[in-house]
Ligand binder design. Structure first.
Ligand code: PT1
Length: 290
């Protein structure tokens, strides 16, 4: 046993060492930092800041300079209570931004959407990965991603964003979320999505109480049996506000801590607002443990 001679157990190893994103390679031998680029008027922490393509590209460039490995572009807020947006509105928001980021920065891009038509347009505009909080649950989404041949992040959500925090209930949150993600992995494989293109995410804050979120983080290593890279999004979420009584703009330190705890439990992608501080913490962790 590694522990008996005083050494740490082996670091978590992702199933595949890298992902291909629109001709660019994303190395998963080290943790990948995904910088959040919300092109929305109503996102919970930065709504309205990066609505114009020029402002959005500036933010992408800044996150890249701070160490982002991939930029996640989203045009529909999925925070608790958020209202859905139309297909046309979502396309109008994200496509000009993806085009500009793809042409001006040498950086992999993912599209945070649940709509198959947005997935197709985003990949045509230069995105190389799909990040879907509904785990390809919309009609046609599985087939769309299979045809596009891009990596996809399958996230667990109970309910729908507008109402998901009203009264979330689980028999056993870790087992229930893990079973859901295993089912979605199977659905992806049946649809022809490559095994190595699947990423899983327990969906912190999506139909979960603070206790559910803490249970999931404490037992995140239990998701390693699914044998897909694990992604987490904990950045600035309301569990921090509830535990520490801090407003959204003062949650960076707690967010970095949660990201690091997730990495310690086997997460290989972290979706964050505060790219620089998160990157410093994780690269130091890797220097010590690798
Ligand atoms: C996430 C995620 C996401 N989170 C993935 N994509 C959001 N793969 C958007 C709150 O409690 O975790 N993983 N895309 C943002 N959603 C939320 C949810 C924002 C909850 C805030 C809260 O404050």
């Amino acid at each position: 046993m590694a522990q008996l001679d005083g050494r740490r157990p082996d670091p978590p190893r992702a199933r595949c060492a890298s992902l291909r994103l629109a001709g660019r390679s994303l190395d998963l031998k080290r943790v990948a930092i995904m910088g959040i680029l919300n092109v929305t008027p109503d996102s919970f922490s930065d709504g309205g800041h990066f609505l114009s393509p020029v402002a959005a590209v500036g933010q992408a460039r800044a996150m890249r300079a701070e160490g982002a490995d991939i930029i996640d572009v989203g045009g529909e807020s999925t925070r608790p209570g958020a209202q859905p947006v139309s297909l046309e509105e979502e396309l109008d928001r994200v496509i000009p931004v993806i085009e500009r980021v793809a042409s001006e920065l040498d950086c992999p891009i993912s599209i945070d959407t649940t709509k198959p038509a947005v997935m197709r347009a985003a990949v045509a505009a230069g995105a190389g990965m799909v990040n879907d909080v509904k785990a390809l649950g919309e009609a046609g989404a599985l087939e769309t991603v299979a045809r596009l041949g891009v990596p996809v992040c399958l996230m667990h959500l109970q309910g729908e964003p507008r109402t998901m925090q009203e009264n979330p209930v689980y028999k056993d949150v870790v087992a229930d979320v893990r079973e859901f993600l295993a089912d979605r992995q199977q659905a992806c494989l049946a649809a022809g999505i490559a095994r190595d293109n699947i990423i899983i995410d327990p969906g912190f804050g999506f139909g979960k109480t603070v206790t559910h979120n803490l249970d999931l983080l404490r037992h995140l290593a239990a998701f390693k049996v699914l044998d897909s890279p694990i992604m987490v999004g904990l950045s600035r979420k309301s569990m921090i506000g509830k535990l520490l009584g801090l407003p959204v703009d003062r949650r960076a330190h707690a967010s970095v801590t949660l990201a690091l705890l997730a990495v310690q439990q086997g997460a290989t992608l972290v979706r964050v607002h505060d790219v620089g501080p998160t990157c410093q913490a994780i690269r130091m962790y890797e220097a010590v443990t690798h």
